[in-house]
Design a protein around this ligand. Structure first.
Ligand SMILES: [Zn+2]
Length: 440
């Protein structure tokens, strides 16, 4: 009912008058209606790419559908006792695995649908090496360089590589499907898309910058290219054609010098506000016949910048206060239990980790304090997990029979206690810790 109303004149009214650029984007994602007279600025497939790849992250229904089907194919990898798997296996791939099998002649519609996701599965399914016994070195996807080899006899595991937990998710599979589309490869422009979307500015400013980078901002040259009957001359100076480069950098009214002489800490953010302000001034001239002087344009950009900056600072200061309330104090363990506090450090330039641990009893007496030698690690998380492992081994050597460990690394602690939520890069370490700590 609501959708029908949105399809009618109300939708056109809202799109034109009420919604911000960001709001329109959301509305288009929800419901797109073709208009014969609308200008097609960019290819739909490009809009379906994720923002880091240069698109706007619009939903591609075909890719989404195949992602849902891929979920069934994933179950073929991890639930080989299921009835559905047994049926399909017996009929379509009795002597091969799902990832290797061909479609075969006379496939059923169900099999055709699931088989169509094979290429997607092949990209995402990996083997997490344990003892190596069930991994085929030449055929399977596997990775061992970053994996710590377990000291226990850990079995190989089928994992979904795009997800940090190693478990299949529709969200990560959809992203993978989009990145595999033909358009994704062809449209990877050398543009720092992420810096646009991460920049501290308003979403309408970000979207305008995105349009500029794709030559999709409606300046005169772009309008002419798309069949609109307009003069290509710049409406500000009337001397040259109006392209984005001309408008921002070479027009006689260009504000580069004024902008660059300003001394601001967050210069990039301010520049983006200035770009937005130039665009607004240009539109004011074209549609209302009103010319803003360069000083006014800069003033408006600076005012918007500070307004935005102040609003953000206020928000962050409120959050900081709430964080302080969460700080807990160290508390004593019960009698007979040794409490271990450990923490790690990580130095990214040399990929080195370090750390230490303190063991105290129920009277708060320090029984032992240790510092671990620097070791190689690929991330702060891995350093934290390795320090945890060393702390547990150290407690075993010192002969403590009952140990409580305490750390601020929630991911590692959860990884040891709930292995299914453990990130892949520390899975082997957490597995070993959980085995080692059984003595306590
Ligand atoms: Zn000009």
């Amino acid at each position: 009912m609501a959708k029908e109303r949105m399809d009618g004149t109300w939708l056109a009214f809202w799109k034109a008058k009420s919604l911000s650029t960001g709001g329109k984007e959301v509305l288009i994602k929800w419901c797109n209606k073709d208009k014969p007279h609308a200008i097609h600025w960019l290819h739909w497939d490009l809009l379906c790419l994720s923002k880091p790849l240069g698109g706007l992250g619009f939903q591609d229904l075909e890719a989404f559908n195949s992602t849902l089907l891929a979920k069934h194919a994933w179950h073929f990898q991890v639930q080989k006792t299921g009835l559905l798997y047994q049926l399909f296996k017996a009929k379509y791939f009795p002597s091969a695995s799902f990832l290797d099998t061909s479609l075969g002649s006379n496939p059923s519609w169900g099999w055709l649908s699931i088989w169509s996701t094979q290429a997607l599965l092949c990209q995402g399914v990996y083997s997490l090496i344990g003892n190596g016994s069930s991994t085929h070195v030449w055929k399977d996807h596997w990775e061992i360089l970053k994996v710590h080899i377990s000291r226990w006899d850990k079995q190989d595991e089928v994992i979904w590589r795009p997800e940090r937990s190693g478990r299949f998710s529709v969200r990560s599979a959809y992203k993978l499907a989009i990145s595999m589309s033909n358009f994704a490869g062809a449209s990877l422009l050398p543009c720092p898309w992420s810096s646009i979307w991460r920049c501290r500015t308003l979403s309408k400013v970000q979207r305008f910058l995105w349009c500029c980078c794709l030559h999709a901002a409606p300046v005169r040259v772009a309008l002419l290219d798309r069949g609109c009957v307009v003069s290509p001359l710049c409406p500000r100076c009337g001397l040259q054609e109006e392209s984005i480069v001309h408008l921002m950098f070479s027009c006689t009214h260009s504000l580069q010098k004024t902008i660059l002489s300003s001394d601001f800490a967050d210069a990039l953010s301010l520049i983006y506000f200035c770009v937005w302000s130039i665009w607004k001034a240009r539109n004011r001239l074209v549609f209302e016949g009103f010319l803003w002087q360069p000083e006014v344009v800069v003033k408006k950009a600076v005012a918007s910048f500070w307004e935005f900056y102040d609003a953000r600072s206020l928000r962050f200061s409120v959050q900081d206060d709430s964080v302080l309330n969460l700080v807990d104090l160290w508390c004593l363990p019960p009698s007979g239990i040794v409490k271990c506090n450990f923490d790690s450090s990580f130095y990214r330039p040399s990929l080195q980790g370090g750390g230490g641990a303190v063991f105290r009893d129920f009277r708060e007496v320090v029984l032992q304090a240790v510092i671990f030698r620097p070791f190689s690690a690929s991330s702060a998380l891995e350093a934290e997990a390795l320090v945890c492992q060393r702390a547990v081994l150290c407690a075993m050597r010192l002969g403590f029979s009952c140990l409580w460990s305490e750390s601020d690394a929630l991911v590692v602690v959860n990884g040891v206690t709930h292995r299914e939520t453990c990130p892949l890069d520390i899975a082997s370490i957490c597995f070993d810790i959980s085995r080692d700590q059984r003595v306590f």
